[in-house]
Ligand binder design. Structure first.
Ligand code: ADP
Ligand code: MG
Length: 284
């Protein structure tokens, strides 16, 4: 189970991302980036945040602490922004909190190269959970006290948006074999060592780790899932999907390796300056 805190103050909205998370202070004197169950994408993105986030943590990747945050919508009454008021009104009770890392910078791999080992682990993990949100446009990696942290796992495990009950073995196997689209991945230029990551991380994705990551999701966010009887049945479906994905590495590792090799060749970011400038400089 995640630790639970109670919000005491809404500080400010965070507008960098799309989901309008809010910075809130809580009764444990902590400050949290709160993701609201009443936001447009609903509670499934919170489930993905927890399952993928705790999985990453279990694999030794740094993720800020995740907590549940009890929110009284009245905390939003003084907010001048209608959108924020509405979000809080739609999100009474338990929401997801991410420990706020004050002063953290968005990680730019050209300014801070995290190295092939770390790049490989993150790429491998993102391929496992199908993360579509770690591009050079939106890295969702923070640099804090010189250490890279992984955030924002709401756009992982996206298969859960389409399921209507426990998936069949055929559906699981078919989905699990799909290659990961790594073309835009922010760490592709860091020569990710996919094979080292696979050797190190695959044995660590154990049934116990998957059980712990899914057990961390509050029942209330799994209850009443169409096609499923009990919250534990939904948890079992996540475990089955991730286990199938792990077992299907023979299908998705080779293309991931190729993407990593191709990425290493174009180590630069899309040109900052127009091409005519380089030509003009060269001509002088
Ligand atoms: N734990 C954190 N500590 C510091 N800043 C954070 C934290 N979590 C998110 N942020 C900042 O807020 C932005 C939006 O949060 P994110 O989790 O990416 O939500 P979204 O789903 O809206 O993209 C991030 O890009 C980052 O700049
Ligand atoms: Mg984001």
């Amino acid at each position: 189970m995640l630790r639970g805190v109670t919000a005491i103050r809404y500080v400010t909205p965070l507008r960098e991302g799309g989901s309008l998370p809010g910075l809130m202070e809580a009764d444990d004197l902590g400050t949290y980036v709160v993701k609201f169950h009443g936001a447009g994408q609903g509670r499934k993105v919170l489930v993905a945040e927890i399952v993928a986030g705790e999985l990453a943590r279990g694999l030794g990747l740094a993720v800020p602490e995740l907590v549940t945050v009890d929110v009284d919508p009245r905390l939003g009454l003084a907010e001048p922004d209608q959108e924020v008021q509405e979000l809080l009104r739609n999100s009474p009770g338990r929401n997801l909190g991410v420990d706020f890392l004050p002063g953290a910078l968005d990680l730019d791999p050209l300014a801070f190269d995290p190295g092939p080992e770390f790049a490989g682990r993150v790429l491998w993990f993102d391929a496992l959970v199908g993360n579509v949100d770690r591009s050079w446009r939106n890295a969702n990696l923070l640099l804090w006290h010189r250490r890279p942290y992984l955030i924002d796992h709401g756009a992982t495990l996206t298969f859960h948006h389409g399921w209507s009950g426990p998936p069949t073995a055929e559906a699981l196997a078919q989905r699990a074999a799909r290659p990961y689209d790594a073309g835009d991945h922010v760490l592709l230029g860091c020569a990710p060592d996919v094979d080292a990551a696979d050797a190190e991380l695959a044995p660590r994705v154990t049934p116990a780790l998957l059980a712990a990551a899914t057990a961390a999701v509050p029942d209330a966010w799994l209850d009443g899932e169409p096609g499923f009887d009990e919250p534990d049945d939904v948890r079992a479906a996540y475990v089955a999907a991730l286990t199938a994905r792990l077992d299907a590495r023979a299908a998705w590792l080779p293309p991931l390796r190729e993407a990593a090799a191709a990425g290493a060749e174009r180590r630069t970011r899309p040109a900052k300056h127009p091409s005519w400038l380089a030509e003009w400089r060269a001509a002088r």
